[in-house]
Design a protein around this ligand. Structure first.
Ligand code: G1P
Length: 285
């Protein structure tokens, strides 16, 4: 199987950077304008032609699964009052083609470990997308091919793994996976030479292209994650498995999106996303 049908979304994190908001509600349920962050991200997957979502979750975060489930009492109550617009709002959360499955990450051992928790839900040799739900990706022109959908299209065309990147200031490299490549033009991919998780500014490859949370990966990554030793922060890093994939001679490409990203996992990025998206939606803020 070579086409991408599934996206793995890790949602087991504590969301400490959003405290106190995220103490009793999952950070993925924090609203951005009129819907929870996770709904924006699932809409992005659907727009990219990915209809199967695998949530890697943990105890205390069932509100995320509830959000994509039916709500019989509410639907019945709205129907009996003829509130059809609200019923449509509810049914738009989970269009018919969307399938949401969840799996638990029993202990927090890093992003690579979280992704591996979903390995048994893939078919043999099945490629998959990974979406980090903290990050909202806002393409510059909604219709232009410069987003996850474009990455999936590139995989489908040439079977090369795709990693979305964005330039970051040198002082910020320790927060990201940093890619070694010739910087691609916006909306383009370039072959990667390597990738290193959270390097110091001195260790970072010079092009300062940071991994921002959208990946299209071959099944082989799961096999590499199975025995991936802990890396940065003593955690099992997806970045390290991607680096090994390249060492095996597989093509991995950095894809530079055209537009803007918001790290909604911290207050400032979340506020910026709310302000910009609210204005675009016509709200006065
Ligand atoms: C993860 C990845 C890192 C990536 C970042 C993007 O790190 O490991 O490579 O650059 O997400 O947000 P985390 O933010 O989970 O520490």
């Amino acid at each position: 199987m070579t086409q991408v049908h599934k996206a793995i979304i890790p949602v087991a994190g504590f969301g400490t950077r959003l405290l106190p908001i995220s103490k009793a509600i999952p950070k993925e349920m924090v609203p951005v304008v009129d819907r929870p962050l996770i709904q924006h991200v699932v809409e992005e997957a659907l727009a990219a032609g990915i209809n199967e979502i695998i949530l890697v979750t943990r105890a205390g975060k069932s509100a995320i699964e509830d959000h994509f489930d039916g709500h019989f009492e509410l639907e019945h109550s709205l129907a009996s009052k003829g509130k059809n617009a609200l019923l449509e709002t509810l049914s738009a959360i989970s269009p018919k083609q969307l399938k949401v499955t969840s799996v638990r990450q029993p202990n927090a051992q890093g992003l690579g470990h979280a992704i591996y928790c979903a390995a048994h839900l893939l078919d043999e040799n099945e490629p998959f997308a990974v979406i980090l739900p903290d990050v909202l990706v806002k393409p510059q022109v909604a219709s232009s091919a410069c987003d996850l959908g474009d990455m999936v299209g590139r995989w489908n065309a040439n079977q090369a793994a795709q990693i979305m990147v964005e330039a970051v200031p040198k002082e910020d490299v320790q927060r990201y996976g940093i890619v070694d490549c010739d910087e691609p033009d916006a909306g383009e991919s370039a072959d990667m030479r390597g990738v290193v998780e959270k390097p110091t500014p001195e260790e970072a490859p010079s092009c300062l292209s940071a991994v921002i949370g959208r990946y299209v990966l071959p099944y082989r990554i799961m096999e590499l994650l199975r025995d991936q030793p802990p890396g940065a922060g003593n955690e099992i890093q997806l970045t390290d498995a991607i680096d090994r994939l390249m060492q095996e001679g597989q093509t991995v490409q950095a894809f530079r999106m055209l537009g803007r990203t918001f790290d909604c996992g911290h207050i400032e990025g979340w506020l910026q996303a709310n302000t910009l998206l609210a204005r675009e939606a016509g709200y006065e803020v």
